[in-house]
Write a protein that binds this ligand. Sequence first.
Ligand code: SF4
Ligand code: ZN
Length: 321
Amino acid sequence: MKCKRCRKADAAVDLPSHNSAFCPGCFFLFFRRQVVEGIRTLSLLSPEDRVLVCVSGGKDSLVLWDVLMELGYRTEGLHIDLGIEGYSDRSREKVLAYAGARGKEPIVVDLRAEGIPIPEAAKRARKEECSVCGTVKRYFFNRIAARRGFTVVATGHNLDDESARLLGNLLHWDQDHLSRQHPLLPEMAEGLVRKVKPLWRVSELETAAYGFLSGIDYVTEECPMSLDATSLVYKEALSLIEEKMPGTRRHFYQGFLHQNRDVPGNSGAPGRRECGNHDEKNTGGEASPPRKCISCDAPTYTETCSYCRLKERVTKARERL
Ligand code: SF4
Ligand code: ZN
């Protein structure tokens, strides 16, 4: 099959959801345009931004960093080593190798050195690994960005991630999460920087193709903690539908964004706010500003932020041994 754009070279990537097929050169063009369009339509980034790109070592985040650099944004990478035996070491190696080859030195937060490696912390705090991981990652995203003068944090969530999350939120009619699901979460207060997902228009398949064709060496194994994650079930369900009806995933997610034009936090609605620590509540009738955690100074709606509370719980459980 020939490339449907240039009609000369052989097609290397078949994209039924766009009723198209591209040769490598035209695919790169297509992919970058999708990202540019995603950034432009939702005003995710501006050329003045200093972007902190969260890189796990997987394909999506490395591809995101790659494209943003290509597009000329001022970026630095942040890698959080989760302290998962074997997997975290391999992930960190990939990030360092990718960055090193481009003359970059990523910021690395080592959770073992911080005394809060995810598997142990989850066990001691008697919580799910992914819930602990979410709290810790959000905390460091905000902290590093605020302390080092980044204006925005970018993560590599793609269309498959976001549509699976949307399906899960809809199946549970989780209004609270639905109201905050958006590729842009504006800065809420000092220390709670803007979060963006510039890959929201591109699918996992497209990201994988970009990674492969541009020779990015990423960690291919899934995080071992993700094996029973419910999000994978939603992804599979959507893949099944997508196979029969190409383009459904895109219509599903874009339709949701179209109907919910309010960027979270811009509507002036009170209630839960995206905080450094996601599960904290702003319980006031009015949207009141966060205060400072008495232990670490991070913005929080309670006396102590949820990261510090988690860390204290883990430390105490460790001491009881
Ligand atoms: Fe963290 Fe869970 Fe994702 Fe692993 S699967 S990186 S533990 S959120
Ligand atoms: Zn704190």
